[in-house]
Ligand binder design. Sequence first.
Ligand code: FCB
Length: 469
Amino acid sequence: MTDQPITLPDDFFFGAAMSGPQTEGMWQAHGKLENLWDLWSNRDLRAFHNRVGSYAGNDMGTRYAEDFRILADLGLSSCRTSIQWSRLMDADGRLNPAGAAFYHDLFAAAREADIEVFVNLCHFDMPSYLFRRGGWESREVVEAYATYARTAFAEFGQEIVHWFTFNEPIVEPEQRYEHGGWYPFHHDFAQARRVQYGISLAHALAVDAFRELQAAGAMRPDARIGLINCFTPPYTRDDPSEADLEAVRMVDGLHNRWWLDLVTKGTLPADVIETLAERGVTLPVRAGDEAILSRGVVDWLGFNYYQPARVQAPARGFDEWGNPVFADRYVWPDAVMNQSRGWEIYPRGIYDFAMTMTRDYPELDWFVSENGIGIEEDRAARTADGEVDDLAYRVSFVRNHLRWVARAIDEGARCRGYHYWGVIDCWSWVNAYKNRYGFVEVDLMHGYDRRLKASAAWLRQVATTHVVA
Ligand code: FCB
């Protein structure tokens, strides 16, 4: 990989990725309902770093006009956030007009600042009353999501071009139901797959509603719909056994191909479903589901990239909870780690995934919808001007990833843009404010004030010239 400056195409866009639950705050304003993060925060604030729960986000709910101006000043042209289901809809599943007004105002402020908003509909933030009714395993809840999506399309259809049904739909089943990391802390592989299946149906129903409303003229003719996932390029040891490759197949199948097949073919990968069945894991398939899933084909895709998956053959067939095990983690001796987050930094993964896309899904446009580095000691070093001195790690992280993106584009990848995660520091689930991702600092000690970090000038330079030096 060259050290020379590289140039990205003129029409390549740069922007910011964020989400409603991590930025807005105002957790009870506008009649907002309790979502799963509020429920967990209310029950056990100790689960969150420094006891910072879901309540305040990064105060964007009151500062969005300022934030959009900051993004524009950094040379960015777009930003992706999410509507919170729990703010837009009331407890009867109808539009909450006060919530809708909030988003109309937010989108208007973005237009004013010349920032195009990409809207995602679900970022791990189901209203808690729907979780109590069975969550993604319940068809009633799947239908409720479809109604919510339809309502959002109808309400904002003349304002928004870029829509996404879900962010990282694989994380919800994994974190809540399989690895036990997030409320309700289950270790149930089969349940996680039922949840994954329910989300897949919900996605397809939302795409269907989108197409119908667009055909009826209720939405902009240029509107597009997509899905965003944290696709993880899977790797194993250099000299793999058959069993190692089998582990790769299943991890790739559940994390990547599941969603890629759904959004390009409207099906789920048969080999994965078959292997699951052989291990006693069946999906709650009903008559008519095939037709629903077939409507899940999207216009383009978002690729969140933080880390690769390194796997090997599992040492045992079942874990202590009786779940089938398909792969163990493989510790690559050369891995470079972000110690704050425990994630491997492997910029080449972005290129490898891009090349897989180019080979297997050559018609599909996509963009890097999240990429970024969160550092715990971010605010420890300051320049003479008082800026957070993050040049050493943040600039090199983004530079190295963008170089691989540029090479992939040169080799035919249909990658259209790059959104950095957390251009402005924000709340990160259980880690709260532990790791800072931003090019812009949020000062929690001074009313959430925003301040550019040393790296911000570099981002502005890249975003305005498209030259990555
Ligand atoms: C991703 C999530 C996003 C953010 C980043 C750091 O997995 O989509 O909400 O927390 O990680």
